[in-house]
Design a protein around this ligand. Structure first.
Ligand code: GLC
Length: 463
């Protein structure tokens, strides 16, 4: 008996250790796994379809809706547990006198953005478009207007890619939180999701991006796993396995039928064209195998309008922009227009500064790919054809950046204004002297002309 107890306790300890190791692994992998709910598309046209988007590199995100009125961010209803009927009364106050879609499109274009994404409906359930069967829509608000129609037209006319954000999740439906217990509610939520995606894909002409959020199984039914009043994702390794199914394949499938070239992100269960990373801290690893995009806010704070929120410094925004592109990703920068439809002047000003920077340095961003050098202490690199752009984000005290030599013949190095940059190749190293004349810049770009076109798949590790 004693022996058996010993054996049992030994196995038990091992099992505990295994559990601990598994939990540790999950914790370590969490940030990476977070974005891995949806598979990626693998059809023959996938690469062709996303080419324009990869070249575009930059987009402007708009979070705008009823939540802009209380001006405490787009999660105000959930955070403050505002009852549905009380929240819906904001519809009476929604009459944005200064909404001007052409102005928004102009702001985006002037900032050097090549596409835009507007929250057609966020988690609160308020649709900025016409959904005759829905009761919480802009058409039924004091404005009696379809803002998505104006937006799509203006963005298209400005020559930018047209994107819409859509949240299958709607806080008004208890079936989202407890799909088993409130199955009828969950089914009604799914009916709304299918119907609204059909409205959006049928009545607004060609759409380029459908940017989903709150769909799939990441949050679905989390109330049944761990309901303590706090919002949280499902624990990793515990996917929803109940009776409810979003039927993403049908809904996203019919969206793709109507809009064959549309690009979708990875926040439903359906196969995605690109992955999405979120927040300043999520720049993450270099990845030139999977198309991806980093989104973040222009202000310190929420995505939707918040009174008095501070605009992030230009240097920080540019470092994130360059950091994303140098990791071979796109950058989607968010503004939260005011309830009257105006974008805060402080945010517009920052966007203009970004635009001015891009007018000077855009050739090192647009239509480039990340690499050849992987990101490192020095900064990042991008390339296009026979040209490599070294983005020095941190200049060493002696102004000499040391990198591994490229397996390619260098013809010349210059700064973006054509100033000669000196360099030395020795053994397997390449030493570049960053000229003092560009010493104050946020991103010191050295343009390196090669004798031959650089192969995107070849990357060079940096210590
Ligand atoms: C987060 C926020 C949500 C926002 C989204 C944009 O999920 O909670 O409000 O719309 O990020 O990526």
């Amino acid at each position: 008996m004693v022996l058996e107890t010993r054996a049992y306790s030994w196995q038990w300890k091992l099992m505990k250790l295994c559990r601990f190791m598994a939990a540790l692994l999950v914790a370590l992998l969490a940030p990476w796994l977070h974005a891995q709910w949806a598979p990626l598309v693998s059809d023959a046209n996938a690469e062709k379809r996303i080419e324009w988007w990869r070249e575009a590199r930059l987009g402007l995100f708009f979070h705008w809706g009823l939540y802009s009125i209380p001006a405490r961010g787009e999660w105000v209803q959930w955070n403050e547990q505002i009852p549905r009927t009380e929240y819906a009364r904001l519809m009476l106050e929604f009459h944005p006198e200064h909404f001007n879609a052409e102005k928004w499109a102009h702001v985006a274009k002037d900032a050097g953005m090549k596409y835009a994404v507007l929250t057609s409906r966020h988690h609160d359930g308020f649709a900025l478009f016409d959904d005759p069967a829905g009761d919480l829509t802009a058409m039924k608000s004091a404005a009696h207007h379809d803002f998505v129609a104006d937006y799509v037209k203006a963005v298209r006319e400005a020559g930018l890619g047209v994107g819409l954000y859509y949240s299958p999740l709607d806080w008004r439906y208890p079936g989202f939180f407890f799909p088993g217990l409130y199955l009828d509610s969950a089914l009604a939520l799914r009916e709304q999701y299918g119907r609204q995606i059909s409205e959006l894909s049928t009545h607004y002409g060609k759409l380029d991006i459908l940017w989903f959020d709150g769909g799939g199984n990441e949050w679905l039914g989390f109330g049944g796993v761990n309901f303590n009043g706090h919002w949280q994702a499902r624990p990793l390794g515990q996917p929803y396995t109940g009776k409810f199914d979003w039927q993403d394949d049908q809904i996203v499938g019919s969206l793709r039928n109507k809009q064959p070239n549309i690009l979708i992100n990875d926040r439903t269960n359906a196969a995605a064209d690109f992955r999405s990373r979120e927040g300043d801290g999520a720049l993450g690893e270099f990845d030139n195998g999977t198309p991806w995009e980093l989104c973040t806010t222009i202000v310190e704070g929420a995505w939707g309008y918040e009174k008095g929120s501070k605009v992030k410094p230009l240097a920080r925004l540019l470092q994130i922009l360059v950091g994303a592109v140098g990791r071979d990703g796109n950058f989607l920068l968010n503004v939260g227009p005011r309830p009257d439809g105006e974008i805060d002047p402080g945010q517009v000003e920052r966007l203009q500064e970004i635009g001015a920077w891009l007018r000077q340095n855009g050739e090192s961003i647009y239509a480039t790919r990340g690499g050849p050098w992987l990101p490192g202490d020095y900064g990042v690199s991008t390339h296009k054809g026979k040209t490599v752009y070294l983005h020095v984000l941190k200049v060493p005290a002696n102004r000499i950046v040391e990198l591994p030599k490229l397996p390619a013949r260098i013809i010349r190095m210059t700064s973006m204004d054509g100033t000669f940059v000196s360099y030395l190749e020795h053994d397997d190293k390449l030493s570049i002297t960053v000229p003092g004349s560009i010493g104050d810049a946020i991103d010191m770009i050295v343009k390196i002309d090669l004798a031959e076109q650089w192969n995107t798949n070849a990357v060079v590790a940096v210590e």
